[in-house]
Design a binder for this molecule. Sequence first.
Ligand SMILES: [Zn+2]
Length: 507
Amino acid sequence: MTKRYVLAEMMHETNTFSPQLTGIDKFGRVSPTGEILSGQDAIESFGSTNTAFGGFYQLLEERDAQVEVPLVATAWPSGLVTDEAFEEMAGRIVDAAATGPDAMFLALHGAMVTQTYDDAEGELLRRIREVAPDVPIAVSLDFHLGMSPDLCANATVVTGYRTYPHIDIHETAQRAGRTLLASLDGFVEPVISWGVLPMMTNMLRQTPLHQPMKDIMDRAIEAEASGEVLTASVFGGFPLSDIPHTGLSVIVVSDGDKTTGDRVRDELLSMAWERRADFVFDFEPMAVSIARAAALDADALDGPIVLADHGDNCGAGGITDVMAVLEEVTKAGLKDVVAGPYCDPATVELATAAGVGAELTLDIGGKVDMPAISMQAKPFTVSARVAAVSDGRYPVTGPMGTGTTANIGKTVLLETDGADILVSSLPLEPVDLGFYTHIGIDPTARRYLLIKSRQHFRAVFEPIASEIIPVAGPGVCSEDYSIRTFQRIRRPMYPMDIDTPMTVIGN
Ligand SMILES: [Zn+2]
């Protein structure tokens, strides 16, 4: 008999310090139309893409199965998800669960916080269990999350990305999907072991490409590849979330052998704990980083110097309109800079109304106050010539989200004395060079590229850059803990509480 599977994607990384609420209108980000898609439309748009949805779908497509898609909903990281948006999205998934499918495959993030729920994914799984107590559920998660009891207790298989930049999103879904399908076929019996440490890691120290994370992730990969366990995943955690389950975590799925699963989990957690001091990052002040860039002989270098402002990165919930780093770059006298994109729909409207070739004085960015970090918005005032206008849509060819269409809304290129400034109507973390080329910029031919990103830019910028300089600009993504007050995280928590004992929450 043909099996019936439910496949859904609901993803958001919530930065609880951002003042920007995330409504339902933001969840069509990956869709070509900007709308949340479902059913056959979703399959046609995402079934063959390098996404978690695509990863699951391509496995299910090989089976003689009917695949039902209640929704594919993904928003840029930002502030709390509205209750209305969560109820709409979760409602559609829970309704699909209530129809009695043979299994469910869920592409989730793991760091969604709503106006009501600290643990939106856990709440979703809990509600699914109310209407479908026995349905097998595979879940794929991001690397940046807080692992919660409700999520782990109600899923059958859970996997997480093992890369940062995240270039294994598709594979992560397939690891979860294959394991669940093997269990449906009676070959394996998944059992979850999980744990969270009282330890926040700096995102600039998290990548499994380098130590201290490399050995830990390598060990997880080995445990899985050798067949010791079915899947093993390590999560760096998301330190920009003031919720009780923030922290570095591990989830292991063993084949009916919780003792082995627990042992691998404990080994991975212990490795992370022993290295906790190496996950702390010493920030260089913004002005020092810019001075370092200015001191380089840009003309003698092969390729642009990339300045990566990680304090206001929309990929971690930043507003993408903090102009402090561009102001500093201008003050330092850097020339031949391409800066942006900055998200400022009002400036885009003014510039497009004036038209290409028009010269005008603009207050770029700096429109949103950030009370949680006591920061007031401050625009960058500059005389500019409108050099180009675009609709902000282009195909993604880089390794993240390959095959999808990027949509940054109407976008303008403004030429100023020091920098060419890209201003968009929607936020974007530059993980693909299309945002330059679609508006006529050749990034390889410029001296300085000033972007807002922490880590994801590396996949496409490392091959073209002569130098990469991280810049600790201000904003809600700054990991300078002194600018923010955590009220709801577990305490003691390393590194805020230096003598924190290793107390694991888990099963
Ligand atoms: Zn992530």
